[in-house]
Each structure stands twice: as structure tokens, then as C-alpha cells.
Design a protein around this ligand. Sequence first.
Ligand SMILES: [Zn+2]
Length: 280
Amino acid sequence: MKIQAIQTGTVSIHKAQQEGKGHGASRQLNMLLDRAWTNPLPIYAWVIEHPQGLILVDTGETAQAARPGYFPRWHPYFILAVRAHVRPEEEIGPQLNKLGISPADVRTVVMTHLHTDHAGGLRYFPKSEILVARGEYNRAAGFKGRLNGYPSNRWPSWFNPTSIRFMTMRPEPFGPFGESLKVTRAGDVTIIPTPGHTPAHVSVVVQDGNDRVFLAGDVSYTQALMLRQRVDGVSPDEALARETLGKVRDFVLEQPTVYVTAHDPESGVRLSKREVVKVP
Ligand SMILES: [Zn+2]
């Protein structure tokens, strides 16, 4: 199965977002007020060429993000703490075309969460089934969503995603994860709950023959931070984020796994070489 990284531009954030500083409310405040910036980090989405159809994980950022007024001017995060750079040709639509893939042929889009740099390319997929965790959608929609840092007023008007429903009555455990949902009949693409960065964040695990690929969204900003179990500056519930990081580390060390995140500069290379996580 071919799995490719698509980089939709870059984003710079405060270092205290990448790796949280302090605890409780001060961790999120430190993230906002930090003066140290990261280098421009990639914004990755992933396309899986599955025999049952094309599956996309996240949609990257839009070139509109750099336009003044695209984000609410009153929201401190967008004023103080983020700088995205996306050229129009770096958006997911044109990049899929360049790979010989028509966005209209994407069968399923799985959203790890709805932050702007994952949801910025939604407009290319009006006919695809878009899967979003119910809790994530509720947190992101409407004006409350805008307060929570999701520019939901920029979603396409047709956006009406399908809820990811984990079977709470008959949960299907997946390694250390208490529940899971298969996206394909072959059972080789699985959505698992990885709450932390956002309370209903999910990840996608692809079993490709002997290779296991973990598409982690923003579970951590880098592989090293996951291995070091460092909670980011965004996660509202530090204990929950730590619990997820623990499960993810157990999972990727228990069996050879390629672990890639949306903003790890090494993600693209690791995926193309199918480089598995090494015990630190
Ligand atoms: Zn995020």
C-alpha cells in the first residue's frame, strides 16, 4: 500500500507549544507568552492508496491563512503565537493533482482533529466521506468553537462530517487503546482515540503487510517528544495527554512501528524509508 506525505507549507509556533512549560493553567499561558519561536515546521497530511479507495488523513492548511483577517483578530493565539506560510500551489488539492490523484477520487477523509492546520484543505473534498470524532466537532463548531481557537466560520458551507463512533457498548480494544474503529473491510486501517492535544483527538494506524504505520496527528510535535513523554503546551488536560503518550509509546515499542506526526520535520523521511521507532 502506498502511503505518502503531503506537506502543505509550514507553520512556526512558540517553543512552549511544542513542549509545554509548567503545569495547570500556567502551561497554556506560557505557551501564549513565550518569546522563543520554532523554526518553520512542516504541516503534513497523508494519503493512503488503499485497494478499497483513497483515504486521506487530515487536509493541511490553506494559503488563505496568511491573509490578514482570515483568523479572528480578537483571538490571542492567532495574534501572538502562530505564523503559517502556505503558497496556493502547496494546498492539498494541487498537490494531490501533482501526484496524479484527483481530490474528487478521495473516498474517505479522516480528521485527527479540526485545528486550522489540519482542516484548511476541507474545501477540496465536498463529495468525500469526512470522519470526525463527535467530541471534536462539538468543541470546534460555531462561535464557541471560535473561542476555542477553531476558525469554524471558514469551514465550507457543505461541511457536515460523519461522526466517528467507537462501539461503546461492545468496544474493540486495539493494543493499549480501549476502543477502535476499522475504516476498511480488510481491517488494515484503524482509527484509535488519542485524547490529549484536544480532548477527542484521534490517530490512524495502517497495517501494510509487515509494516505498521502510526499517523499521529498532533499526539506529539515530534517522535522524540513522544518518547520523552513530553506534553505539549496546548493540551487542556495534562494528565489525559500523558496517559495517551504512555499508551502510544507502549504501542510503538511493542511491535516495529513507523511513527509520524503532522509537524515533525523528520516525518516525511521516516515514512518514505519506513523507519521504525527505536527504543531510546
Ligand atoms: Zn493541533
